[in-house]
Design a protein around this ligand. Structure first.
Ligand code: ZN
Length: 287
């Protein structure tokens, strides 16, 4: 079976959890080629195995270089390994681990892939959604066994009560949609940067731009206004990165867009630097 058919078949197994982004009616997989709703709105699976369900094309400022760097930092360097471990533990603590794990803002899919591989058994189906076609295309090329969707977080093609777990990793949230698609016993797992996250980059490259500290108060406040937080923990550690890792980290970081080129090159050239990862893992349920 080709990749397109394999992924279409996986989507078929959870088609009851999907809905049409145009008319919000139910969908089914037709001929292992397309997702079609009862009003005949049709979305074809690409040969790489993903499906584009945006109502109209969107240009994002993310490019292949950013997703390549992100993939190496997450998958090869394993910069977020302890965070992935903890999220897998949180998921495995729930008694029934079947159902959908939805990664809202999955980019090139590496976080979802890392986390699902740490979970015993294979009863969860991973759905990754991102507005960037470049990111989703890379996810579909690199990681088999997931439903990869180009889509809009403000109108995700998911039915009500469809997701047992919603993962939202350093990515914007849409709480009204999260609440709609979350099952009654489902949880939202949101990862928010702590104030020391990547502080070495901040201190050495961005101290003059007013971006030397991450502020997460607004993010957390917004979350608490919209959903009920049931646990909140902070994980902080450092990991040594070589010159290649530092270059990738800067490329994938939005802060990198504002950095001074010669200063950045000098920072990378020095290599072997301990980098701080500081994250809040916040678990919430619907209000
Ligand atoms: Zn439709």
């Amino acid at each position: 079976m080709k990749k397109r058919e394999r992924n279409a078949s996986l989507a078929q197994s959870i088609s009851g959890e999907l809905r049409c982004p145009h008319c919000h009616e139910s969908m089914e997989v037709k001929d292992l080629k397309s997702l079609v709703c009862i009003n005949n709105h049709t979305f074809d699976f690409a040969k790489q195995g993903y499906v584009n369900m945006l109502k109209k094309p969107v240009n994002t400022q993310y490019d292949d270089a950013l997703f390549d760097s992100r993939e190496r930092i997450i998958s090869d360097v394993d910069l977020y390994g302890p965070i992935h471990d903890r999220i897998a533990e949180i998921i495995m603590k729930k008694s029934l681990r079947d159902g959908v794990l939805f990664d809202a803002g999955s980019g090139e899919g590496s976080h979802l892939n890392k986390i699902l591989h740490k979970i015993d058994g294979d009863m969860l189906t991973g759905i990754g959604l991102d507005i960037s076609k470049e990111g989703v295309l890379m996810a579909a090329k690199n990681y088999a066994g997931y439903v990869w969707v180009v889509g809009d977080l403000a109108n995700p093609p998911l039915a009500g009560d469809s997701c047992k777990f919603i993962l939202n990793f350093l990515s914007p949230a849409n709480y009204s949609e999260f609440t709609r698609i979350l099952t009654g016993d489902g949880i939202i797992i949101k990862v928010i940067p702590g104030s020391s996250y990547l502080k070495e980059l901040r201190n050495e490259l961005f101290s003059s731009t007013g971006e030397s500290e991450y502020e997460n108060n607004d993010t957390l406040e917004l979350m608490k206004r919209n959903v009920t937080v049931v646990s909140e923990e902070r994980i902080t550690y450092t990991k040594s990165l070589n010159a290649v890792g530092l270059k990738d980290l800067i490329t994938m970081s939005p802060l990198g867009w504002h950095a001074d080129d010669s200063q950045t090159a000098d920072f990378i050239r020095r290599g072997d630097k301990d980098i701080t990862v500081d994250m809040h893992i916040v678990v919430a349920v619907s209000k």
